[in-house]
Each structure stands twice: as structure tokens, then as C-alpha cells.
Design a protein around this ligand. Structure first.
Ligand SMILES: O=P(O)(O)O[C@@H]1C[C@H](O)[C@@H](CO)O1
Ligand code: HPA
Length: 294
């Protein structure tokens, strides 16, 4: 009989360490920043200088991507003076991965020396003032899977990563959010950029009309199928987090003739991914570079 969630895939500290050590042997770059590229948003990784590309299939213990719009490789390189590692493709629970596999790379990055995580995603807009192609700076999230027990911090706590009970009221870094907002003003793109609350659902179904309405009532401005689990694990290991949603479709909350689909998500990404890339680059350009990173 089908189960609601795949059996927990336990990863030991030694597994994460082995992956980090292997990656460290493939490049001399030691990024302080990791960027997770959402569906159709992998173009940011193409902009890195001095690129070192490592397919997920070559990386010990790494899951594989199965979703169109997720390439399945790590790209190391420099962006606006910052040494970065980009995930061109992330993992989702709807692919059959459990919460430990979905968040596996985040702990590996932390062991590699990463201190800041930038997360991006494609999301459906719930806030009626959002338009397709707008960008949402994530100021908070509703981790629906986590709230009902599918939380990557369930199970034995490894103190080497972080504490047992994690506070998430400060999950999205205030200073980075302020810097992002300043960059929005500087770039003159205020009309199409909003701050808001991202709600993670497990997917792969897009929301029914009743679900869309319920999520809006809960206080979500956008909904997607990723990000919150990665952010929880990143905060557990002490990383600073900055998050962006590209609004790729409007969640259907009344008109039954409208139907969300992944092709529509990728088309919106194609059209507007460059805006998001420009914003991320603008923010990085204003962030001071750690002298050790040079
Ligand atoms: O990886 P992200 O969250 O950007 O991908 C979103 C959620 C689903 O994977 C897919 C739905 O179209 O896009
Ligand atoms: O409408 C949506 N719902 C959930 N996830 C999504 N990812 C892109 N669009 C959506």
C-alpha cells in the first residue's frame, strides 16, 4: 500500500563529510556562498566566472534531479567578486526523495565553508496584487510539510550541525533583506518586486481552488514545492539566508477554466529569469567580500 512519505533516508555526519571532502578534492575554490537555482532559473550559474562544473551523477551520495528545468550539476565560480557554488537543479519530496535527501547539499555546503545561502524558486502567486513575472523577496515562510511532521530536523539531532530546537522566526536574514530592498530601489524595479510569505507544499499537484483559497487565508503570498526545508536545514547549521520567488503563474482561486501547468511555469521563467539574475547580481555587488574569499 502507498505511504504518504518515503521512508526516512538517514544520512550520517560521515556521509556529509565524505561528500564535502570529495568536492574539496575536485576544485580549489572554497565558496562562502551557495545559490540554489529554482525551476528554470539555472541561468544564474551560467554567469559565474572561472566555472568548475560537477554533474550530480559524479558526486558521492548526491541525489539526481528528475525534473524538467533542473539540470543536475554544481557550478563553482565567482559572481560579483564572491566565490559561489550554484545548484543547477534541486531536489523535491514529490520526486520521491525524503526530507534528508532534499536538504543533503545544504549540510555539505556548510561543511565546505559556505556561510550564506541564496534560495530561488518558481512559485504561484496568491497575493492578488502580484502579476506573473514579478519577484517576491521572501520575508518568511509557512513550512506546511514541516508543520505536520515531515521536517528535516526530526530524528536524532546531530549537535555538530546545530541545536535540537531551532528558532525559525528569524529564518530570512533582515540585513540581507534590507540590502535586497535597497538594490530594488536602486535598480528602479520597485513596481514588480514585493516582499511576502512563501508557503511550501509537497506537490506535485497544483492547488485546487479550495486549497488556493485556504493558503491565502493562512497568510501566504506565494506557494511552491521547495525551499522551506532547505532553509530550515541552512538555519540549523547557522547559515544566513536570502530567498527569492519568481511568480510564474497565478494560483487559481475562482475560475475553473484556468489550469496551472509546468510548461507555463517554465515560460514565465524564460521571460523573466534575467530580471531575477540582475537583482541577485546587484545585491552581491553591494555585499562586502570576505577577504579570505579573495
Ligand atoms: O524548484 P522550484 O521550487 O523552483 O520548482 C517549482 C515547484 C515545482 O518543482 C515546479 C512546478 O512547476 O516548479
Ligand atoms: O502554482 C503553483 N503551486 C505550487 N508550486 C508552484 N510552482 C510554480 N507554480 C506553482
Amino acid at each position: 500500500m502507498a505511504t504518504t512519505a518515503p521512508a526516512a533516508h538517514r544520512c550520517s555526519y560521515e556521509d556529509y563529510e565524505a561528500t564535502a571532502k570529495w568536492l574539496g578534492s575536485q576544485t580549489e575554490q572554497r565558496p562562502k556562498m551557495a545559490i540554489i537555482c529554482g525551476s528554470g532559473l539555472g541561468g544564474l550559474a551560467e554567469q559565474l566566472e572561472n566555472r568548475v562544473v560537477i554533474p550530480y551523477r559524479d558526486i558521492p551520495n548526491f541525489p539526481q534531479t528528475t525534473v524538467v528545468g533542473h539540470q543536475g550539476q554544481l557550478v563553482f565560480g565567482t559572481l560579483e567578486g564572491h566565490q559561489c557554488v550554484c545548484m543547477q537543479g534541486r531536489f523535491h519530496t514529490y520526486e520521491g526523495y525524503d526530507v534528508n535527501q532534499v536538504t543533503y547539499p545544504v549540510r555539505v555546503f556548510s561543511l565546505l565553508g559556505v556561510r550564506t545561502l541564496v534560495v530561488t524558486n518558481a512559485a504561484g502567486g496568491l497575493n492578488s496584487s502580484f502579476s506573473v513575472g514579478d519577484i517576491m523577496l521572501i520575508k518568511d515562510h509557512i513550512n506546511l510539510p514541516g508543520l505536520v511532521g515531515n521536517n528535516p530536523l526530526c530524528g536524532p539531532n546531530d549537535d555538530r550541525f546545530g541545536e535540537r530546537f531551532l528558532c525559525t522566526s528569524d529564518a530570512y536574514d533582515c540585513d540581507l533583506l534590507a540590502l535586497a530592498q535597497q538594490t530594488v530601489e536602486k535598480q528602479g524595479i520597485r513596481a514588480s518586486v514585493h516582499q511576502g510569505v512563501y508557503c511550501m507544499v509537497s506537490g506535485p499537484t497544483y492547488e485546487s481552488i479550495a486549497e488556493g483559497r485556504a493558503l491565502r487565508t493562512l497568510g501566504a503570498d506565494a506557494v511552491g514545492m521547495s525551499t522551506a526545508l532547505e532553509v530550515v536545514v541552512a538555519r540549523h547549521c547557522g547559515l544566513r539566508v536570502l530567498g527569492f520567488s519568481l511568480i510564474t503563474n497565478k494560483v487559481v482561486t475562482d475560475d475553473r477554466t484556468l489550469k496551472a501547468n509546468h510548461a507555463e511555469v517554465l515560460v514565465a521563467d524564460n521571460n523573466r529569469a534575467q530580471d531575477l539574475q540582475g537583482l541577485v547580481r546587484g545585491i552581491l555587488a553591494q555585499m562586502s567580500v570576505d577577504p579570505e574569499d579573495l
